[in-house]
Design a binder for this molecule. Structure first.
Ligand SMILES: NC(=O)c1ccc[n+]([C@@H]2O[C@H](COP(=O)([O-])OP(=O)(O)OC[C@H]3O[C@@H](n4cnc5c(N)ncnc54)[C@H](OP(=O)(O)O)[C@@H]3O)[C@@H](O)[C@H]2O)c1
Length: 342
């Protein structure tokens, strides 16, 4: 049995980590850290945990931590400097924010700024098990992927063997995310009356997840990749649907069958196959660690649709999947969550 610390336990991803870990068969102690709510019961904020997890939030004091693994479910900050010391003390680390996901110090500096440490950047493993499972098993320090990148990279990855027949410099991606993607802090942009009857495109010329997606796909395709990415936020609280278009020379393969074979051993990627069009349902993945993918082909155009829950496969569920691998547990432990219908 292990002890897990969560920094940022008052946030949305912190709350989802708690919800998953309270039922994890290998976890017997969770330390929930929050600077703003220290001393208050966790269930006074995360009311879904009332009588499930009635501990109090604890203040941030990383010197005191002696857990097996620590999640930083917080935006990158000064705490990043404590990671080398935590690793030296034998504590494994998973970060859920963006810093160090891109293993190139120049791009990391441009996109995220702040702390620099080449050695630590080289050590980091990108926490997407479908691509880097063996490395994650051996890792001390994992950077969890961004929510949009999970939905987009998993959708494109099965095309890795077709690289020379695709136009990899013209990949067009549109995604719609729920408002929880922006975290728990209120903002005018997401204020309910401004948001409840609309879809809002944002960061349409540059979103910080674009270099992450390109960096990881370049690593697996071993080719130059260009993504034209347009995110939007929609009037739902959670979920991401991504629409990915690629152009190819005539393909003589059944892509849907290929995707299905490609992912048949993956516990959390489901390839949706229907008679005519392959369309995943966002509602089916909400509350689960699944990524549901449907691929369609028409006259040189490949359209892949990919659905995840941004807080789970796009965040905390992905983090627990990585934790399971790092600590030698069954990869599915705590994560066999099924969505509801309707
Ligand atoms: N929301 C998503 O769908 C999603 C998905 C993937 C990745 N992410 C990334 O994951 C991180 C957390 O996301 P979130 O949505 O959970 O954000 P959130 O709801 O805003 O929560 C973040 C929490 O981190 C704590 N925090 C902030 N600055 C800190 C600091 N300097 N040191 C220690 N704790 C600090 C805050 O808690 P206290 O003030 O109480 O300490 C806050 O409640 C972000 O970097 C986000 O970009 C989010």
């Amino acid at each position: 049995m292990v002890e897990i610390t969560i920094v940022g336990a008052s946030g949305y991803l912190g709350g989802e980590l708690l919800r998953i870990l309270v039922n994890h068969p290998e976890v017997d102690k969770i330390i929930p850290i929050s600077r703003s709510y220290a001393g208050k019961p966790v269930s006074s904020l995360h009311r879904n945990l009332y009588r499930i997890f009635d501990e109090n939030f604890e203040d941030l004091n990383l010197e005191k931590i002696d857990s097996d693994l620590i999640f930083f479910a917080a935006p990158p900050g000064d705490w990043f400097e404590s990671i080398p010391g935590l690793l030296e003390r034998g504590i494994r680390v998973i970060t859920l924010g963006g810093k160090f996901r891109i293993q190139d110090s120049k791009i990391d500096r441009e996109v995220y700024g702040g702390y620099e440490n080449e050695e630590l950047l080289r050590e980091r493993v990108y926490g997407l098990p479908e691509l880097y499972r063996d490395e994650i098993r051996r890792a001390r320090f994992v950077t969890n992927p961004g929510c949009y990148p999970v939905s987009i990279i998993l959708a494109i990855f099965p095309l890795v063997g077709f690289g020379n027949r695709l136009d990899l410099k013209r990949i067009i991606v549109n995604s719609i995310s729920g408002t929880s993607g922006a975290g728990a802090s209120p903002s005018e942009f997401l204020h309910h009356p401004e948001m409840c009857n609309t879809v809002k495109p944002y960061n349409v010329t540059f979103h910080r997840h674009t270099p992450e997606i390109e960096f990881i796909l370049k690593d697996v395709f071993k080719r130059d990749i260009r993504i034209s990415f347009t995110p939007s936020v929609g009037n739902m609280s959670r979920g991401i649907m991504s629409y990915i278009t690629l152009f190819s020379k005539e393909l003589d393969v059944n892509l849907s069958k290929h995707f299905n074979n490609f992912y048949k051993k993956e516990p959390f990627v489901r390839v949706i196959r229907e008679r005519d069009e392959n369309i995943p349902e966002l509602g089916s993945v909400i509350g689960t660690n699944f990524c549901d993918i449907g691929v369609n082909y028409d006259n040189g155009r490949i359209l892949i649709l990919s659905a995840i829950d941004n807080l789970i496969k796009g965040g905390s569920g992905q983090g627990v999947q990585n934790m399971n691998l790092m600590l030698g547990f069954d990869e599915k432990s705590g994560l066999e969550l099924i969505g509801g219908h309707p």
